[in-house]
Design a protein around this ligand. Structure first.
Ligand code: ATP
Length: 233
């Protein structure tokens, strides 16, 4: 479904992504794990067209998306739920969801919002609340709900567990699993490697801009180097 080949990304003189290649198949949950600064967010931003790779290719469902503008990439079916949620904090919950609906026909927006509320009942109760006053977990739900408004085939989630209490992390990961069961393919970036590998089919380990290991999640959970570096054991 998504194929990244020889991605190289620079911030001025800083070579942040050093020739990585990976793929995500339809129906999978794939995780990119790695320490702070490994290049996980940069990878997602490059796929969604916010940054450019100097070399190689990015294809999605057979189409070359490497030089497409971000809104076209959303229209093709990729939603990016960024790190730190990036909700519109002065707008209400409902207005935030409307902002995610720029690819939709106006008549589809109210039923789409209801569909998001079915998945996130907590947001429905708070539909007129100013988004900046939501709890961290609720803001994460809103960021995911806003992403769902574009009917993504592939959802890219950047550190959804960041700053959340363990019970909420568990709930967010359950929701990711449900979205996947309902047919959305997931590319999940996480520092919480244990949780990410527990729901993912496969994982890639990123270290200073390079993929150093790629395997099924069960294999990575069992790998002593991965355990030592990322699983606290
Ligand atoms: P984290 O888990 O801390 O978010 P990450 O794996 O997502 O880390 P990136 O944010 O992709 O890492 O950063 C990769 C590298 O690129 C880091 O060395 C970072 O300092 C650098 N970098 C990221 N954004 C910029 C920028 N706007 N300007 C310059 N360097 C940047």
């Amino acid at each position: 479904m998504l194929k990244v080949t020889d991605m190289n990304v620079y911030y001025g003189a800083i070579h942040a992504i050093k020739g990585i290649s990976f793929e995500v198949n339809e129906g999978e949950i794939v995780t990119l794990i790695g320490a702070n600064g490994a290049g996980k967010s940069t990878t997602l931003k490059t796929i969604s067209g916010l940054l450019r790779s100097k070399t190689g290719g990015i294809s999605f469902m057979g189409q070359d998306i490497k030089n497409m503008p971000p809104h076209k990439i959303v229209e093709l079916g990729i939603a990016h739920v960024p790190e730190g949620r990036r909700i519109f904090s002065r707008m209400t919950v409902e207005e935030n969801l409307e902002m995610g609906a720029f690819t939709c026909k106006p008549q589809d927006i109210p039923p789409d919002i209801e569909r998001v509320f079915e998945r996130f009942p907590r947001l429905k109760e708070r539909r007129r609340q100013i988004a900046g006053t939501l709890s961290g977990g609720e803001q994460q739900m809103l960021a995911m709900g806003r992403g769902l408004m574009s009917h993504p085939k592939l959802m890219m989630l950047d550190e959804p567990s960041m700053g959340l209490a363990p019970l909420l992390v568990y709930q967010i990961f359950e929701i990711i699993r449900e979205l996947n069961r309902a047919g959305t393919t997931i590319l999940l970036v996480e520092q919480n490697a244990q949780m990410a590998l527990s729901i993912a089919d496969r994982g890639y380990v990123l270290e200073t801009g390079r993929i150093v290991t790629a395997a099924d999640s069960a294999v990575l959970l069992d790998d002593s180097a991965v355990q030592k570096a990322y699983l606290g054991g």
